[in-house]
Every structure is written in C-alpha cells, then in structure tokens.
Design a binder for this molecule. Sequence first.
Ligand SMILES: O=C(O)C1=C[C@@H](OP(=O)(O)O)[C@@H](O)[C@H](O)C1
Ligand SMILES: C=C(OP(=O)(O)O)C(=O)O
Length: 441
Amino acid sequence: MQLRASPHDALSGAVALPGDKSISHRSLMFAALAVGESRITGLLEGEDVLSTASALRRMGVPVERHADGTWVVQGVGVGGLAEPEEPLDLGNAGTGARLLMGLLAGHPFTSFMTGDASLRARPMRRVIEPLRQMGAAFLARSGERLPLAVTGRADLLPLAWESGVASAQVKSAILLAGLHTPGLTTVIEPLPSRDHTERMLAGMGARVTREALSGGRVRIGIEGQPELRPQSFRVPGDPSSAAFPAVAAAITPGAVVRLEGVGLNPLRTGLYTTLAEMGADIAVDNRREEAGEEIGDITVRGSALVGVEVPPGRAPSMIDEYPVLAVAAAFARGRTVMRGLGELRVKESDRLSLMAEGLAACGVDVMVEGDDLIVEGGRQPAGGALIDAHLDHRIAMSFLVLGGRAAAPVTVQGAETIETSFPGFASLMTGLGARIGAVAP
Ligand SMILES: O=C(O)C1=C[C@@H](OP(=O)(O)O)[C@@H](O)[C@H](O)C1
Ligand SMILES: C=C(OP(=O)(O)O)C(=O)O
C-alpha cells in the first residue's frame, strides 16, 4: 500500500495515543506468567502485539479480548507454558521474539520461531549467547538469525552477564530466563535502557534489584522462581508513537497539538528533551501515575527550531525516535549531529542508511560518518520522493511527517507496516489537519 503526504497548513487538536508497544508486549507475557486472571486495558492492538498474543495462545495461555476492549489473560504460572505444536511467528516484532526467547529458555521443550523478512534479518546472538550460558540450546540460521529452534530446560543456571549494548530486549530476555532459574541472575548494561520489565515484574511480586555502577553502567538482578500475582494493567500512551505528531506540530508554523495520556518514563523521553533543546515549545501538564508509570499530556506548538548536538548517552532513551528526529533536524536552522547510532542499523531496517538516503531523495543535505548522522537543516525540503518503507513502520511514518511540510508530496511504498505499531496513524494525523491519503495502485 502506498500512502502520500501532501503539504498541509497549521495542525491543531487533541488526540489520545495508542498504547505503549513495549508495555503491551510485556503485559501479555507477564500476565501469562502469573497465577490467576489479569486484565489489561489500553493494550496496543498493533500487529506486533497481536503476534505476541497468538504465540502465547499457541503455548496454552488463554488470552481473550472482550467487547469493551479489555484483554483478559489466564496466567499459567512461571514455567507453565506448553510446547507449541506449530512454529511461533512473531511477524515484525523484535521485542516479541527476543523476550519470548528468554521465556522459552526456561521451559523443557523445543519450539520453533520465525518472523517476517525484516525480523529474519535481525541479530539474535546478543540474546542466544547469554541464554546458552544458562543452559538453553539454540539452533539458528547463519549469523544466529531466525528461523531458529530453542530447547529450554527447567533447571537453568543463574547467570551474571555484562551486555555490550544498552538493550532492553537483551536485558529483559535474560531477566525472564532468570525468573525461571533458582537463585540470582544479574545483567549489567553499559547505560540504562527502558526499565518496564523491572517495574512490572516488581509490581507483580518478583524481587528485582537495581544498582548504579561506575561509568553510567547499571546492574539489574532478579531472584528466580517467584509466584507472580495477577494484575490489572492500564497501558499508557506510547511516547514513541506520540513522537510523530509531536514533530509534525513542532515543524508546522501556527500548530498547537495536544497529545494526551503519554507515558513519561524518563528512560523513554529523550526525544522530547532534544526537541526542547532545539527550541520547540513543548509543555507537559496533567502529570499523573498509572500502573507504576508516570503519564501526562504534552502540548507541542509550531516553533523555529535550531540544530543541536545530541549527546550519544541519550540514545537509549530515544533509540526509536532518531528517524523522526532526523526529520525535525531537516527543518531546524543549522546542523544537527546525532552520534553513536550503530544500533539503528539492526532495527526493522538499517535506519541510519534509509534515513540518509530518503532525506537526500527529498532534497535534504545529510551525511553519514561512521555511525553518526549529520543533517544540515533550515531550507524547506523539496520532497517529491517515493520512499520504500522496507518493512519499517518508523521509516514510513517519518517520511509522511516530512511530506506534510515539504514543497511537494512524499509517497511511501509499503506503508501497511505502520499497522505493526500505530494502527490509525493516518487518520489521527488527518484529524489534526495533515493531508495523508492512499494512492491508487
Ligand atoms: O524492550 C523493548 O520493548 C524495546 C527495546 C528497544 O530495542 P533494543 O532493546 O534492541 O534496543 C526498542 O528499539 C524497541 O522498539 C522496543
Ligand atoms: C525497534 C522497534 O521494535 P522491535 O525491536 O520490537 O521490532 C521499533 O518499534 O522501533
């Protein structure tokens, strides 16, 4: 499917965002590990999360959606999953695949896992290696990629792991295996990544520790084999999805857009900090707490942006937001330098290369130096390009945001990938005044 974004004038209105993708995956999985019934409201009903729901069903977990939108999960307890008769297809979802690998490591059966062409290209060694050390066996395609088979064990060994990357998926996979292991399992991260796993499992009764170490590193520990209490989860709005209307508003003169009920976990809000440093008029009010996470309403107004240097240490708190930040940078006067973006190369696509190529195709002055992205902004982009999303929802949405303020429309090929994380994106944006429509084949 092709979507085309044509230039629009001011944007205005108030919108609620779909549920947070990270928390949605986790609420389904963790509810499955509890003993008893959990209820989830505000779950993101995007394809990634639906893939996690069907994988859990295939392993004998009753997961149901009620007519009022509440999801009800009958937990089977830690270690209670059943051997799936068919391969688990996680679609486009790296989070679903990697966290499930951690769970499966602790179960004494063999399961097979695959995904779409994007997920099959993503590196799994970062998860397989620590889980192997705990005693799980993996057979994977060359480069440790999907499809793979995992044979877990009920008697995993506890692990003390130091991860080379600040990755919440790696950390969570190890912690979930640790949940199935007697004793203490620990993970050290080079910089703190999103901590939803720790918060949610602690809220369900697991013993989770967190310790700051030298150089910004952090050590997380989990005591294995707890009985987890079922929960009522209310999933906050996704700050990573809110990033698209937020940037659209910031680059549109006269825009006033209110984004309601957005998660404000400080390990997720690097983009908003960066936009404020670029001169964006951003205000947060109505701060409140829901299900152990701070949320609030964010108002973004059209602003004269200036280029900035984004500190590399901020990357984990905005890792999925660099594509749309690069769009903001195209509209900011001067140079924006984003350093240390190697992890962007192993997302749904090589986001570093695709952003640079797409921006250049839209007439933006852009350079990649090693793992750094440098954008010279301030002139209105020509637009007029046809961008292939390469099965990457964030690439698709970023260029549709750019097309709204370019001189000529931007068309995105393969825009159906947006359904993985942000169903209703085009109608939410058009409701604010954007001009996004399907292109007849
Ligand atoms: O744990 C999570 O929910 C996620 C972690 C991040 O990936 P990495 O752990 O690979 O950095 C992020 O990019 C992804 O969208 C969601
Ligand atoms: C990287 C992302 O997701 P995942 O790793 O779950 O596929 C993302 O949503 O930008």
